[in-house]
Ligand binder design. Structure first.
Ligand code: CA
Ligand code: CA
Ligand code: CA
Length: 304
């Protein structure tokens, strides 16, 4: 009987031991089974992109060179199948690039391929600025094999602006003193740049002043019927001037002659062509000159 009880106890402990061993080894066995068929973990890469341009304020029809740099950060895995989506926006016409065929100027895709860690690839794209409107050239780096981390630096953009600053003054260089006298106005337009201004015209409509047009020194560029003075192009820093001679009426009085830049193909940074007076703050493309032709003073004639 004693032996039977002892045998039962030994059997119980052996069973318990086997159960414990089975319990303890279960996770290890699970682990073994996981390591037997491991999930493929894609390595991380951190691509980043920067862009710059050699002239952020190009003239219309000027060629400019964009530099696009894609980098794979130090500590990353080797990036493969790297591409950069870098299609030019409207108003920038591709001329050439140094990608050796890796840049498709139709789709805008730059195929970079393999990029080792802590290395970069650079592409220069030359494009013609075909319009005067502002534009933004944007690009995005893509690696379609590796897990890409830190996506905040995968995109870049660079803006360009074509702009001029036209300034107009009008001054009487000879004041009328008496009714019927001639007065000469000088209209001067200056381009403060930075870009050339094209298609520049000025409006000075003498019919609104009560004065009578006599002559001008514009060589046909001023139309006294429409009041339009055609300047054309003005380079950065250049000026154009026009002298208009007008006669004051015999009635005498005070006459106001206003002139304004009427058109420009390039936007102006601080004024709008052809929008007239803008009180209380007058734009710099608009100016007014007031002249007075006094009524005949009999005493003046008596003593002169
Ligand atoms: Ca990134
Ligand atoms: Ca201006
Ligand atoms: Ca204006």
């Amino acid at each position: 009987m004693q032996n039977s009880i002892r045998f039962s106890r030994v059997l119980f402990f052996i069973t318990l031991l086997i159960s414990l061993l089975a319990f303890v080894s279960a996770p290890a066995m699970l682990g073994d089974s996981a390591s037997a068929a491991p999930l493929k973990q894609a390595p991380d890469v951190d691509l980043s992109l920067t862009m710059s341009v050699n002239d952020a304020t190009p003239n219309k029809d000027q060629d400019i060179v964009f530099t696009i740099t894609v980098s794979n950060s130090a500590g990353s895995a080797v990036a493969t199948n790297v591409t950069v989506n870098a299609a030019l926006p409207a108003g920038l016409a591709w001329q050439t690039d140094d990608g050796g065929g890796a840049y498709n100027n139709g789709t805008g895709v730059w195929t970079v391929g393999v990029l080792a860690n802590n290395s970069n690839a650079v592409l220069h794209v030359t494009a013609k600025n075909t319009t005067t409107s502002p534009k933004t050239y944007s690009a995005a780096a893509v690696s379609n094999v590796e897990a890409v981390v830190n996506s905040g630096n995968d995109n870049a953009s660079v803006g360009i602006t074509t702009i001029a600053d036209l300034n107009l003054t009008i001054t009487p260089i000879s004041s009328a003193r008496f009714p019927g006298d001639n007065v000469v106005f000088t209209i001067k337009v200056t381009n403060g740049g930075p870009n050339v201004a094209t298609g520049v015209t000025v409006m000075d409509d003498l019919s609104l002043t009560g004065l009578t047009y006599v002559t001008d020194d514009g060589g046909g560029t001023y139309n006294d019927g429409t009041g339009i003075w055609i300047i054309g192009s003005l380079a950065n820093g250049d000026s154009a001037s026009l002298k208009i001679t007008a006669q004051t009426p015999l009635t005498g009085g005070v006459y106001t002659n206003s002139a304004e830049v009427w058109t420009s193909a390039e936007p102006d940074n601080d004024s709008t062509p052809g929008n007239g007076p803008t009180p209380p703050t007058q734009e710099d493309d608009y100016d007014t000159s007031v002249i007075t032709a006094e009524k005949a003073d009999l005493n003046y004639y008596q003593y002169c």
